[in-house]
Design a protein around this ligand. Structure first.
Ligand code: ADP
Length: 442
């Protein structure tokens, strides 16, 4: 797991990068092909229109300038044939535009935009569309295509020069090509996003798996330690009890059997904690609600810690300021919750512990605050404190052991009561936990 994880990430990243590169070059090629496709289409369709225009002007006749000049004309020669009619004389701009539009803006190029002009044989504009001149002058963004208006395609260059020409300009040529590929580009982008999202989800779940396996091994280590210590103590106490001298001394008998009982209680507590956590995993907490005076409950919980506090030279300050302390709670779970908070306040403090338990009531809520002057927590710990199995490294408090389950239990009980809990803490100064619970109505 340790080595495969980075390998998987590198492999997926590489394939993602490769895919991106391939897609990029594929799109680039597609754009180039599409550009030349459009150019060919306009050249071909433009020629078709040009031929149409020519035929309409000259009624299908092919007008070749005479090789021998005008020397040999006869009686049939009409003056208008000397100077043949131009396209501008026969057609309006709108008519030419309509012809162009019909062939150019067709099929997949329905929204193609173009400007055009008809230029006479002596290079003068006969007819120009609205933006032609502006667009024609910008050859960077716009694509000009020049089509001679000829009767047939295979005339020599000399001959072409004596005919009119159709100029077509495609404004914003590249953008129009891009726009025609809009859906392909959007589709490719979307699929890429899907692949990236899948990659993200995979990596995240892999990381979660990794974290879980770390948590599991931490938990097993912790548990082994937590059970090994009382078992070793019990074993030593039993050895002592087997000693005849000890058996003869009732004082010592009481002392060692007391140790066994204490360690037994400790192990039972651990088993309870683990079972509780396992139970909470499988089902939501079922509450057995009853009306409780919170001040009474706090007193009872604090009483249980009297001895422990005395041992550690600790003191509890009670500031029960709430005018109303009647709430509806599950008395077992809520008392456990308070015990967990007090237990931690003692566990994560060095000597001369000062715990402040205060209450305060508003019109609808009861606030219970438990403050300690202990080791405090970093911002990271405060953020993660309610995570199952989370334990901060407690620095020099090596003796502090636990499973990291207490606070996640607290959060479950808080949520089940639709209450809130707020944590504030400063490293080295202490922590405070504020529970906010709705007061009983009426
Ligand atoms: P455990 O005490 O078994 O480690 P908890 O879930 O009760 O697990 O607490 C999780 C972690 O939160 C503790 O390991 C500790 O780092 C931190 N913590 C909880 N309460 C306090 C407190 N009052 N002061 C400092 N740290 C605390």
């Amino acid at each position: 797991m340790k080595r495969t994880f980075p390998v998987i990430i590198i492999l997926i990243s590489l394939s993602l990068f490769g895919l991106l590169l391939l897609q990029g070059s594929w799109l680039k090629n597609l754009l180039e092909v599409r550009e030349s496709q459009l150019y060919n289409k306009i050249s071909k369709d433009g020629l078709e229109v040009a031929e149409g225009l020519y035929k309409s002007v000259y009624n299908g006749k092919i007008m070749r300038p005479r090789k021998g000049g005008i020397g040999g004309f006869n009686a049939d020669f009409h003056l208008h044939l000397l100077k043949p009619p131009s396209i501008a004389e026969k057609f309006t701009i709108a008519e030419v535009e309509a012809r162009l539009h019909k062939v150019l803006a067709s099929g997949e190029w329905k929204s193609l935009k173009f400007e055009f002009a008809i230029v006479s044989a002596n290079a003068e504009y006969e007819m120009v569309s609205t933006h032609f001149e502006k667009d024609f002058s910008d050859s960077v963004n716009n694509k000009p295509i020049i089509i001679p208006i000829l009767p047939e395609a295979d005339l020599s260059m000399d001959e072409i020069a004596s005919y009119e020409q159709l100029y077509i300009v495609i404004p914003n040529y590249k953008s129009q090509v891009w726009a025609s590929l809009k859906w392909i580009i959007i589709g490719a982008g979307l699929f890429m996003l899907v692949i990236i999202a899948a990659f993200y989800v995979t990596v995240r779940s892999l990381m979660n798996q990794k974290k879980l396996s770390e948590i599991k091994s931490d938990f097993i280590n912790n548990m082994t330690h937590e059970f090994k210590t009382p078992l070793a103590t019990i074993s030593l106490a039993v050895d002592a009890l087997r000693n005849e001298k000890v058996q003869a001394n009732p004082e010592k008998l009481k002392y060692f059997s007391g140790i066994i009982k204490e360690e037994n209680i400790r192990m039972n507590k651990h088993v309870e904690t683990i079972l509780q956590a396992a139970l909470m995993d499988r089902q939501e907490l079922k509450l057995n609600l009853s009306a409780v005076h919170m001040h009474q409950m706090l007193e009872q919980v604090l009483e249980n810690y009297q001895l422990q506090l005395q041992d550690k030279n600790g003191e509890v300050v009670r500031l029960f300021n709430a005018k109303n302390d009647l709430v509806q709670v599950d008395d077992v779970h809520f008392a456990n919750l308070l015990s967990n908070l007090i237990d931690n306040a003692i566990k994560y403090s060095e000597d001369a512990i000062l715990i402040k338990v205060s209450t305060h009531s508003t019109s609808k809520q009861l606030l219970i605050r438990i403050e300690d002057n202990g080791i405090g927590m970093s911002k990271e710990t405060v953020k993660r404190i309610f995570e199952k199995f989370y334990r901060a490294h407690t620095g020099n408090l090596h003796n502090v052991k636990g499973f990291g389950l207490g606070m996640s239990y607290v959060k479950t009980v808080i949520d089940a009561h639709k209450a809130k809990i707020r944590v504030e803490s400063i490293v080295g100064k202490g922590s405070s936990f504020t529970v906010e619970i709705p007061l009983m109505k009426g």
